[in-house]
Write a protein that binds this ligand. Structure first.
Ligand code: ADP
Ligand code: ZN
Length: 608
């Protein structure tokens, strides 16, 4: 097992649960594998596939995913193919022939195609040795992403009695798990559930920023990620379009991706992103399921997501290669307003409001955010993570009674006829359009909060909402209403502690913030703390070499080598083919194919 892992994939050891799963499947037994994105589900069926005599058939819901997997395997010297509507009939015909001749080791098919090809599979020289059902939650109409074609997979067990079935997914609650076992007719399948923690993803939340401030914060963020690819999720198409435009105006290679674009446009954007030709994709949730790109270095949520499940799945697209990656969530009052409206009108009001409430609790939390997430997924942890904004800046409090009284009084003096943003305008004495229209500059409290910046007011107002001193009246233009708790403060009967608003420290262009350095050691990455320092210019040279090769072979760069491999090369600077092949992530095939080229680049660099 270890030999195959090293030979084909270049890895020295299995990750947690991988070995147990491989052993289990090798005994011909069924399994359900639940692991978060990036944990390494593919290895769980690919290693058995290579050890077993016959052919392994993988059912996958999306053409882009199949393509990615096949490219990765072929790049490792494994005969993998896909049968689907995304390639020409001629190519499919050729693949069928190769299957019948017993040349194909791993075959990817879409579920509807699988049923049409049952005969082919039964007649192949290489019998089917294993079925792997990827994204298995698609089989359940409980979960999201339900695909009716998946329900027909119950035929597999009766057509191929005795051939083990492994179902794999990154998202499945208890009901969905049971549904998967039932639908696939594998009641005795053993469940392998790994930890859902993704320690290499940093977690950061910024409250109360308006769009202009968000734009500025994103530009600041991108300074630290000059060569890195990432995704920015937006709630609406219009926001995604506007943001992409803004970024392009600021010389960032960015594109929008949403359901309002044609299939060709979307495919072109996805390809460009996979190949590092587009740095940032501003997307609605439509983007991502078909993305296996391992070097997504950041995920930003421009708006609050609908639920923690959505949030976790989306940030999970960062850092699949295990390297430190950043996530950032923006959260303000208009998100709450809009998402509440969606939930109210969703037809599943109760459930969706509850999901939103949990999401808000996360965004408003003052304890380690990772602990909240892990707790949510049923893995309570008793340690702070050291890699989230709360851990980096534990909340500091001050007596904010006077500030809160100013805000409440402004709301009352405006007859509770204004929304959160206008309250802040009034407090800061800004002549915004609402202020002018409603002549609010005559109000006695106009400008009483000038000493506090607008941004901080937005944060304090969110804190007041959180503490129940004000309510948003969804049925009255989202105007704010002072609650009994708010009145007690206003009358001086109770005092209030507010949290200090943390401001991102300004970083010099291209500079890195201190937090990266402090975050790295606690990540438990498998990269050995090398005695040597990484050579940044060598890394850049290797990245360019990888780009060139990728272009020549029309492959996404990360399929040739992951970012992690490039970092390891730039640190260990191997000088022989043997040393090169020992680097984690470089298998025999890639060593032979690319070793000489990369060694030459490294040698030139070391000498120069
Ligand atoms: P998932 O399907 O669970 O999202 P993948 O199968 O795509 O995850 O694996 C994520 C990354 O981890 C890939 O780059 C893969 O090559 C790498 N990986 C998987 N198993 C190992 C291992 N045992 N050692 C090192 N890297 C691994
Ligand atoms: Zn933390």
């Amino acid at each position: 097992m270890e030999k195959i892992l090293k030979h084909y994939f270049g890895y020295d050891s299995f990750r947690p649960l991988q070995r147990e799963i491989v052993e289990w499947l090798m005994q011909g037994k069924d399994a359900l594998v639940l692991m978060p994105t990036g944990a390494g589900k593919s290895i769980c069926y690919q290693v058995p596939a290579l050890m077993m005599k016959g052919m392994t058939v993988v059912v996958s819901p999306l053409i882009s995913l199949m393509k990615d997997q096949v490219q990765s395997l072929v790049a490792c010297g494994i005969v993998a193919r896909a049968l689907n509507t995304g390639v020409s009939e001629g190519e499919n015909q050729e693949t069928r022939r190769e299957c019948l001749e017993g040349k194909v080791k791993i075959l990817y098919v879409s579920p509807e195609r699988l049923l049409a090809e049952l005969e082919l599979l039964q007649n192949s020289v290489l019998p089917v040795s294993l079925f792997a059902i990827d994204e298995a939650h698609c089989i359940s109409n409980w979960g999201h992403d339900f695909r009716p074609e998946y329900t027909q997979l119950d035929a597999l067990r009766s057509f191929f009695p005795g051939v083990p079935i492994v179902a794999l997914t990154a998202t499945a609650d208890k009901v969905t798990r049971q549904d998967i076992l039932k639908q696939l007719n594998i009641p005795d399948a053993r469940m392998f559930v790994s930890s859902f923690d993704r320690p290499n993803l940093s977690l950061d939340v910024r409250r109360g920023l308006d769009s202009r401030q968000k734009h500025a914060a994103i530009m600041q963020f991108l300074l630290r990620h000059a060569n890195d690819c990432g995704i920015i999720y937006c709630l609406s198409r219009a926001t995604a379009d506007a943001l992409a435009l803004y970024l392009r105006d600021h010389k960032i290679s960015a594109a929008a991706y949403h359901a309002g674009l044609s299939a060709e446009e979307r495919n072109a954007t996805q390809d460009a992103f996979l190949c590092d030709r587009v740095q940032v994709v501003c997307a609605t949730i439509a983007f991502g399921m078909g993305i296996n790109k391992s070097n997504v270095r950041f995920v930003i949520h421009y708006n609050l997501p609908k639920s923690i499940e959505n949030f976790y799945q989306e940030i999970g697209r960062a850092g699949r290669d295990g390297l430190p990656s950043e996530t950032l969530l923006f959260y303000n009052a208009s998100d709450i307003v809009q998402l509440s409206r969606f939930a109210e009108n969703s037809g599943q009001r109760e459930i969706n409001m509850e999901r939103l409430r949990r999401m808000r609790e996360y965004a408003e939390a003052e304890v380690c955010r990772r602990r909240i997430l892990l707790n949510y997924f049923g893995e309570p942890s008793n340690q702070d993570c050291g890699n989230c904004d709360v851990c980096h800046h534990p909340p500091q409090r001050f007596d904010g009674t006077v500030l809160v009284q100013k805000a409440l009084s402004a709301i009352v003096r405006c007859d509770e006829n204004i929304g959160m943003r206008t309250v802040a305008d009034v407090l800061c004495g800004l002549f915004s359009s609402e202020v002018k229209n409603m002549q609010l500059f005559h109000v006695k409290t106009f400008g009483v909060g000038r000493e506090v910046p607008l941004r901080d007011w937005n944060d304090y107002l969110l804190q007041m909402l959180q503490m129940g001193m004000v309510e948003i009246q969804y049925d009255k233009h989202n105007h704010l209403h002072v609650t009994p708790a708010g009145w007690r403060v206003l009358k001086g009967q109770e005092r209030v502690l507010l949290s200090v608003v943390h401001h991102e420290e300004k970083t010099p262009a291209g500079g890195r913030k201190g937090r990266k350095a402090t975050a790295a050691p606690s990540l438990g990455l498998s990269v050995q703390p090398a005695p040597q320092q990484e050579d940044a210019s060598l890394f850049e040279a290797l990245r360019q070499l990888r780009s060139r090769l990728a272009q020549e072979q029309q492959l996404p760069p990360y399929i040739i080598f992951s970012d992690k491999v490039l970092h390891l090369l730039a640190t260990s600077r191997p000088s022989t083919l043997e040393e090169f092949g020992n680097v984690s992530g470089i298998g025999e095939f890639k060593c032979q194919k690319y070793g000489a080229l990369f060694l030459k680049e490294i040698a030139a660099h070391v000498k120069g």
